[in-house]
Design a protein around this ligand. Structure first.
Ligand SMILES: [Zn+2]
Ligand SMILES: [Zn+2]
Length: 373
């Protein structure tokens, strides 16, 4: 493995031939970023390469002086002689798989991915390769998702039942990705939709990218009071711990939308009334189907149920191995959202601009691959 095209180092997944990292967990010179969830996109690096739609979200995560290079999906860039291209991962808006090619050898890093088509992001693209590095967040046979249309029907019914009982519907969903997917999927004619500030800034970025989201209101005290008993409120999971924030909505029903809701105990631990099994990750079948379809001879497995998935693949006579990374899967939601909640305290309203876009350059004009300052 010493001459492997990609290897796990102290700073992250490293390509020695091209001298760049993919989703590094420590600051580096060149970071290729699969998507803007906090465990994959960490601040401190000098230069970032990511998809154009992912760039706006990444800008919200990293230092303002960092250079972000937007690389269109499917286009190749040569980084110190290594060919790098990004391909949609279907996980959230702008999420990418990273294809790395050197001397005829092709590796693909999935980042997080799902194969079910989702109205709020680019559809997953299958990329043939010799070595496929897959996530395994839900890599257990118990994780099998129902079609999202059925889940949205359940959410709509729950909202209507709550209205009939004079309860405000509070739905906890990760602020980036899940919240926007829920917004696009619910029936907005049922009543007003309020959103927490942590969710708002990402909804704003999605709208700027042309993703259709229903009309939303900022969930301040006035709106909360006015729409008690009728509204659907989308908030990050961390808001569940804030009884003061919840009180302003009057009587409530609490729900959580996550793949983890497949497990009854997870619902109890979250202290919510309802769990909606809606995940932005591939389920067990989705993982296995994708792994086989890539035609890869070797499978590296990152964050999640790594050992279970590796054991299963090895039993199927595949060459599979665990890659120890510091990505956290959906469990990282709390850490992400606590950070977002802090932003909420500062009172985000609807008037941010995307002026930061000026800091994002396109790949053709970039020096991502060169060493000059
Ligand atoms: Zn993710
Ligand atoms: Zn992940």
């Amino acid at each position: 493995m010493a001459d492997a095209l990609l290897q796990v180092t102290e700073r992250g997944l490293y390509c020695a031939a091209g001298d760049f990292y993919i989703d590094p967990w420590q600051p580096v010179t060149r970071a290729v970023i699969t998507h803007a969830h906090a465990d994959h996109a960490r601040p401190g690096s000098k230069r970032y390469l990511t998809s154009p739609t992912g760039a706006a979200m990444l800008r919200l995560r990293v230092d303002s002086y960092a250079r972000i290079v937007a690389q269109p999906f499917g286009e190749s860039l040569h980084v110190n002689g290594v060919r790098v291209s990004l391909h949609p991962a279907g996980h959230l808006l702008g999420s990418a798989q990273v294809r790395v090619e050197h001397q005829g050898e092709v590796w693909v890093v999935s980042g997080d991915y799902k194969t079910e088509v989702d109205a709020t992001c680019e559809p997953f693209e299958l990329v043939p390769c010799h070595t496929f590095i897959t996530e395994s967040t839900f890599g257990l046979p118990i994780y099998r998702w129902r079609p999202q249309s059925e889940i949205f029907t359940d959410i709509n019914q729950w909202w209507q039942q709550n209205q009939a009982q004079g309860r405000t519907s509070i739905l906890f969903a990760y602020a980036l990705g899940k919240a926007q997917r829920v917004l696009a999927g619910v029936d907005a004619t049922l009543g007003p939709i309020l959103i927490h500030g942590a969710v708002h800034r990402f909804v704003h970025a999605y709208r700027n990218a042309g993703i259709v989201q229903p009309t939303t209101l900022y969930a301040d005290s006035d709106a909360a009071r006015r729409y008690r008993g009728e509204a659907l409120v989308i908030a990050p999971p961390s808001a569940a711990g804030s009884s003061g924030w919840l009180r302003k909505f009057g009587p409530t029903s609490l729900a959580f939308a996550s793949g983890w809701m497949r497990i009854r105990g997870a619902r109890r631990r979250r202290a919510v009334d309802r769990g909606f099994v809606l995940s932005d990750h591939a389920d067990w079948d989705g993982l296995l189907t994708t792994i086989r379809a890539t035609g890869a001879e070797r499978i590296g497995v990152t964050h999640g149920y790594t050992s279970t998935l590796v054991r299963y693949l090895v039993e199927q006579s595949m060459d599979a191995f665990v890659m120890l990374t510091r990505y956290e899967g959906e469990t990282s939601g709390d850490a992400i959202d606590n950070e977002d909640a802090a932003q909420d305290a500062s009172g985000i309203t609807g008037d941010e601009t995307m002026a930061d876009n000026a800091m994002i350059s396109d790949a053709s004009a970039s020096s991502f691959g060169h060493d000059e300052e």
